[in-house]
Design a protein around this ligand. Structure first.
Ligand SMILES: [Zn+2]
Length: 310
């Protein structure tokens, strides 16, 4: 499996900006120490790839820096050519992670999960919707027909739900906090809402009930998993109360369920806003290690089988 990083495409932010941009480089460093040879720089998403999920006028306005002040403020990042490049690379990383998934069973984007980006506007630190761009890329290349999006960021995947509304080829599943951004939610194919303060037990019970239903209903040939770190108890924007152990159990359940159903998976990191950057990085790193363990174990089993057969 391959792991794509984009943290070296720096998105310049003014001092004091509340987005924890440092988490991406810190995560890549931790991953490099255990899986350095798997790391790759992704190509940026092309206009054609973006246009399968976004309005062309919006793509042009982002690319040329002609978004109006209101649209810019809604995204939450100041415009710069570097912001555009970073956003394209981030979407390209999920496209590349999907390609890796379809070859190796799994692929990872160490960023991405920008699920508040709608067809014709961006919001909440999301410019382009990487999961939507990647799902449509795999479908238009005829690599797969049916895609499942498993969105476990604590905020609802409203942009993804809106982009795929009425599209029966892509099933959107979002498990999120009810009383949290976005306050006007869009309908996913399956939405499960948790109340403020939901703990490991409540979260895992809801997930164990919902994910198998989502897999059964969608019969996916590819899944894109948004493994948000923001259901964590100390997250500033989360409102839930999961521990790191609970989040690791979540990842194991998702990866095992998809693997046992024979579904290749691309994983994107999505949100994480704990005050301690190390907490965010610990949670994302555990997700990456969970995938590495499973796919290394799988490769070993295949090699042992081949060895025995020989
Ligand atoms: Zn989030």
């Amino acid at each position: 499996m391959l792991i794509y990083y984009t943290d070296h495409f720096v998105l310049p932010l003014p001092p004091g900006h509340r987005f924890p941009m440092r988490k991406y480089a810190a995560l890549r460093e931790r991953v490099a120490a255990v899986a350095g040879p798997l790391l790759r720089e992704p190509p940026g998403a092309t206009d054609d790839q973006l246009a399968r999920a976004h309005d062309t006028a919006y793509i042009t306005a982002v690319s040329s820096g002609t978004l109006d002040t209101c649209a810019q403020r809604r995204i939450g990042f100041p415009w710069s050519p570097a912001m555009v490049e970073r956003s394209r690379r981030s979407a390209g990383a999920t496209v590349a992670a999907c390609r890796s998934a379809l070859v190796h069973g799994c692929g990872i984007n160490l960023g991405g999960g920008t699920h508040h980006a709608h067809r014709d506007f961006g919001e909440g630190f999301c410019v382009f919707n990487d999961a939507a761009v990647a799902a449509r890329a795999m479908q238009s290349e005829r690599r797969v027909e049916r895609v499942l999006i498993v969105d476990l960021d604590v905020h609802q995947g409203d942009g993804t739900a809106a982009i795929f509304a009425g599209d029966s080829t892509t099933f959107t599943f979002s498990l999120h906090c009810r009383n949290n951004f976005p306050f006007r939610k869009c309908h996913s194919d399956l939405d499960v809402e948790l109340d403020d303060g939901a703990d490991d037990h409540a979260y895992l019970a809801a997930l164990c009930n919902a994910l198998p239903r989502a897999v059964e209903r969608s019969r996916p040939q590819l899944a894109i998993y948004l493994a948000g770190a923001d259901p964590f108890v100390d997250d500033r924007l989360g409102r839930l109360a999961l521990t790191k152990a609970g989040l690791a159990a979540r990842d194991r359940f998702v990866l095992d369920t998809l693997r046992d159903a024979g579904v290749p998976m691309a994983i994107a990191m999505a949100g994480g806003y704990a005050d301690r950057i190390d907490d965010i990085v610990d949670i994302h790193f555990a997700t990456v290690c969970c995938a590495l363990e499973r796919f290394r174990a799988m490769r070993k089993a295949v090699q042992t089988q081949a060895h025995r057969a020989a």
